[in-house]
Write a new protein. Structure first.
Length: 708
């Protein structure tokens, strides 16, 4: 009521844009002198701040695209500019593309007249650089977006590299060398025809000064099509020191790359967390990393790109060379389909071990309320529009456990493409039968949630003023009871129509808070500056790949007791399953799971030299019971007689107990009891422990949980 009284007083005392309160609002003029009338849109970029003066704020690539998005929607006639979604860098090489926009625009004032303003903004389209010691900043003429009647006499750039102002000329690379990584401040100085100087600021995050180049890059085009279209990609080959050709390959398949910018520098940075990639090379392994041209294509289409790559790897390294294939995130689903299809067709794939790394084998999760947030604000926000378009790609629809609908449905459900992919897999036998199947999860196996309960509020966004009200609140999917998960409002007093949406769901599963590899979508929204109010994330992260999905468990409870389930291989197609105690960021490589990767890769290739038949390897695990108190039995199977070492380690890698040391054992099943005591017969603390089995040079490992 108080808001209505204030509004009435405001309208009585000051006619809004020349109108009295009892008259209908004026229609916006069809034309403005500059060609841009900002009152046609909600000003989410605060264009008036980007006025070319010394006080103008720093602009990143996201805000720069928002500026272009708003101007295009505010134009009398849409300008001949590239589509906003095309103004994204497709690579992270030494060349960094720059883009700028410069135009006048108009706004209505309270007297009903038009006020002229000016906007100047620029940004690197690639916000991160991986070759900071030797970059080239490049301004393409097609990335210079101008309004009518405005132009520059001269452009200069201070790149923050200590060299000061230098001329910036279209199509002429500007060399830049940074001595240290970190965020670098860039300042653009524009001299107009009349001599007026304008300034604009941006930044560039130098992630690395140099990224080693791959030894080879293979172009891969699938010979098999899906829905009439062939997929493609490129494989980056990085040989081990001393190798002149592919000898001991480990194939890595990329995941869901929403804007297809995860090229070699980004993939190298991800794979070399904890120095994993370089450690593998030091051990004589060659890396072959598959980067899809369009990672958001149907998973089946990209699977045929992988089958093509595997054929080329085997032709190069030798048909008898045992392969290890690691599918990261969506790459695990691509690999599963590719290997199952090859076996179904009676074709050789040579894969001895398939490692699925935090892959959504049974589905992935983006909070449904957040999906509706993107749909509601897509008209106002370039980033929301883009992210929503990514949710609508085939690959996303095949993976998401819940997908938004228009109009909203009260029953959360997956897109029909989700079930179609599972049906296609079932028709191929569901899983490949020949390789050893290994699952590595980033989600907690001890039932740890994401810090909030089902139905709890995740995003609070509320803004109130005399002229505009905005709501964009998000809640986690609840349990079986009905509850609002999104409440949105765009209420402008004049001149745009009001928009409202409330989405209520019921009979859902609490995927948002479930144990799983997490994603910081909520924290990213919190740090995104908006012109009206503040987006507040009440929690930083949500479950992205549930633990039960990454482990391929045939259960439906998101909070299934993984640690207390005993032999998980009964519930899962995987021969070996690894999970941490606490939730980790999705596809984060840690010291703990790095050891798991190295053990499994060593296991896969150590028993057979290239060109020789692959011998059956020992099998380790499970330990029963697990979790345990006070004792457990570690089981393993020998395919022939061998000399055995079996040790228990803590999570730092320190030996806790030597259970078997240099003992000759016959072929067959074995079991060794551990009573939860260390080498000095002292009881150890509750927690997670690792056991390692060594048999004549072969190594394998597993995990134990002692509860008290």
């Amino acid at each position: 009521m108080s808001r209505l009284i204030l509004l009435a007083l405001f309208l009585t005392a000051t006619p809004l844009f020349g109108q009295s309160a009892d008259l209908p609002p004026l229609e916006l003029p069809a034309h403005s002198p500059s060609g841009f009338l900002l009152d046609r849109v909600v000003d989410m970029a605060h264009l008036e701040d980007l006025d070319g003066t010394a006080k103008a704020p720093t602009v990143d690539a996201r805000r720069w695209r928002q500026v272009v998005h708003q101007l295009a929607r505010a134009a009398d006639v849409r300008p001949d500019w590239p589509a906003v979604q095309d103004l994204r860098s497709r690579g992270h090489g030494p060349e960094v593309p720059l883009a700028l926009v410069f135009t006048d625009f108009h706004r209505l004032n309270q007297a009903g007249g038009l006020e002229k303003h000016r906007v100047l903004a620029f940004a690197p389209l690639a916000s991160r650089a991986f070759h900071g010691a030797a970059l080239e900043l490049h301004l393409d003429p097609g990335h210079i977006l101008r309004g009518q009647g405005v132009d520059f006499r001269r452009l200069e750039l201070d790149a923050g590299d200590g060299l000061g102002w230098r001329d910036l000329t279209a199509n002429k690379p500007l060399p830049v060398a940074y001595a240290t990584p970190g965020v670098k401040n860039l300042t653009l100085r524009a001299t107009l025809a009349d001599g007026e100087l304008l300034l604009a600021r941006s930044s560039l995050d130098v992630v690395a000064l140099d990224t080693p180049e791959p030894d080879q890059t293979w172009a891969i085009t699938a010979t098999h099509t899906y829905q009439g279209t062939a997929g493609s990609g490129q494989a980056y080959v990085m040989l081990a020191p001393g190798h002149t050709t592919l000898t001991r390959p480990v194939v890595v398949v990329e995941g869901f790359d929403l804007d297809n910018t995860m090229d070699w520098p980004v993939l190298y940075d991800l794979l070399n967390q904890e120095n994993l990639l370089e450690d593998l090379r030091a051990q004589g392994r060659d890396a072959v990393v598959l980067d899809f041209t369009e990672a958001t294509d149907p998973i089946q289409r990209n699977a045929f790109v992988l089958t093509e790559l595997l054929a080329q790897v085997r032709a190069t390294a030798g048909q008898e060379t045992p392969l290890v294939v690691v599918g990261a995130s969506m790459g695990g689903l691509v690999t599963r389909y590719a290997l199952a299809w090859l076996e179904n067709q009676g074709l050789e794939h040579g894969c001895r071990t398939f490692i699925s790394f935090d892959s959504p084998q049974n589905g992935a999760n983006i909070p449904l309320g957040l999906q509706y947030w993107l749909d509601f604000f897509k008209g106002e926000s370039a980033e929301a529009e883009f992210l929503l378009s990514r949710l609508n790609t085939a690959a996303a629809r095949q993976m998401l456990l819940y997908h938004y609908t228009d109009p909203p449905s009260s029953l959360p459900a997956a897109d029909p493409l989700f079930a179609q992919l599972r049906d296609d897999l079932a028709g191929l036998g569901d899983w490949p039968a020949q390789p050893r199947l290994v699952a590595v999860a980033n989600g907690s196996g001890l039932g740890q949630d994401q810090g909030f309960a089902a139905g709890e509020q995740l995003i609070r966004y509320e803004y109130r003023s005399l002229l505009v009200d905005i709501d964009g609140n998000v809640w986690a999917v609840p349990g079986p009871t009905a509850q609002v998960i999104f409440d949105g409002m765009l209420n402008l007093i004049w001149p745009l129509p009001d928009t409202n949406r409330t989405v209520t769901v019921q009979q859902g599963l609490p995927w948002d808070s479930a144990p799983g590899g997490l994603r910081y979508s909520l924290a990213q929204m919190d740090t995104t500056a908006v012109p009206y109010g503040d987006i507040e994330a009440l929690h930083d992260a949500h479950c992205f790949v549930p633990t039960i999905s990454a482990l391929g468990l045939g259960v439906s409870d998101p909070f299934f007791d993984v640690a207390g389930a005993g032999d998980l291989t009964v519930l899962s197609p995987f021969d070996q399953l690894y999970w941490p105690a606490a939730n980790q960021e999705h596809i984060a490589i840690t010291l703990q799971n790095k050891a798991w990767f190295l053990d499994e890769i060593r296991r896969a290739v150590s028993a057979a030299a290239p060109g020789s038949p692959v011998a059956a390897a020992p099998r380790v695990g499970p330990a029963v019971p697990n979790p345990f108190n006070p004792a457990t039995t570690i089981r393993f199977q020998l395919q022939g007689p061998g000399t055995v070492d079996l040790t228990v380690h803590d999570l730092r890698g320190q030996v806790v107990r030597r259970l078997v040391q240099g003992q000759a054992m016959p072929q067959g099943p074995h079991g060794v009891r551990w009573d939860g005591r260390d080498q000095e017969a002292r009881p150890v603390a509750a927690g997670v422990y690792l056991y390692r089995l060594r048999v004549d040079g072969w190594e394998g490992s597993g995990r134990l949980t002692l509860v008290k």
